[in-house]
Design a protein around this ligand. Sequence first.
Ligand SMILES: Cc1ncc(COP(=O)(O)O)c(C=O)c1O
Length: 443
Amino acid sequence: MSILTRTGPHPRVTGVAAERQRRPERRRRVPDVATSAQQPPHREVVRRELAAYAHRIRLGDLVRAHGSPLLLLDADRVVAQLRELRRELPGVGIHFATKSLPHPAVIDAVHSSGASFEVASRGEVDLLERHAVPVGGCLHTHPVKTVADITSAYLRGIRTFVVDSPSEIGKFAGLPCGDVGVLVRLSFPNPGAKSDLSSKFGVAPEDAPALVERCLAARLPVRGFTFHVGSQTTSAEPWRRAIATTLQLMRALEARHGIRFELLDLGGGFPVAYDEPVPPLGELARGIRSSLAAVPSHVRVVVEPGRFVAAPAMTLVTRVIGTSDRADGRWHYLDEGLYGAYSNIPAEDVHALVFAATELGVEPAGDDAAERAMRRVITRTRVPVTLAGPTCDSVDVVARRLPLPPLADGDLLVSPMMGAYTWATATGFNGIPPTPVVVLPRA
Ligand SMILES: Cc1ncc(COP(=O)(O)O)c(C=O)c1O
């Protein structure tokens, strides 16, 4: 008899494309020529914050010193985001999702702030070890691993892994009994998230009892459950539903098998504001906290935030390297694109805001007084332009019909919120080297 009843459809489609097709089409703004007074309020709020930030970190000087494109990494922001998570989710352990921004400065900031890590590959474990992180406390969350991956992680001290299918269980056979435990990854579809991770990984809650029984039969302890409600989730509801279902499952399995689970892993998914505002973490956390009130005291709760911690930590500076007037209007070609740090656009359908440096009060190099006065005038007008990346590939387009002040070759553009799944997922396509990262001095 099934412990859980199916409460709704659990689509078993595979592939990101299938997932995307099911996602409701988002209406995108197609702005036309506009004045700054007509800019969307969110953009104006971000512009003011970014202008103050650019002034504080002396963005113009950094570009003069290091050139473009350039990613500015601010580890203080990593610490601030972790602090906010701790404040809003007190008592919840944090395992930073290393994959989102596996940069040494981020690893040091996360480690020194007392948080741990979520890892998914040997390379990530190697990286943490190189930075003197005691990896024993990390969670290895990849549901599909080779025996060599498991053995290597085990030998470095990792003791908690994730499974979501029977074929994975046998891979732990050679390891000492009782020393290693697993979390069962559950799948909770969330078409509202930017990246719904539920079709590639996770077992349906109603199929989880059978998987737990197979683990127990193989003498592989099940420490608890993990799920990911989808990246960039903007409501507490998916977490609330997932927590309620998981707690129901835990209670039933504890009673049936006379075992005690010790861990409930709520995954990542906490959102940041790109081109649209998102609810503040406090609002989501309030909903999550009220669901966590039902967690028994012997169960520890953890989260695996990636984007929320990493995205605000990097600011991208890119430059116009060419301009053409085409049938559909003016095109500016940048020294950064979809195969570089803007890789989050095709991979995740997230769109960081793009500002002309002049909108932020950052003066172009070699500016003289007359040119500065001219720029103050032209920054009040907006022209819809296409921004294209530097490769020969025609899909390499960052934005279309984006209203910006008139630009010329050499002008700088700035995108905030560029830390998560950007530098980490950039390619070297067309022989274009990775964008250098400059680590800002800590406050
Ligand atoms: C297992 C796991 N945990 C955590 C994360 C981080 O998710 P996010 O960046 O949405 O917080 C991911 C992202 O893919 C993941 O796969």
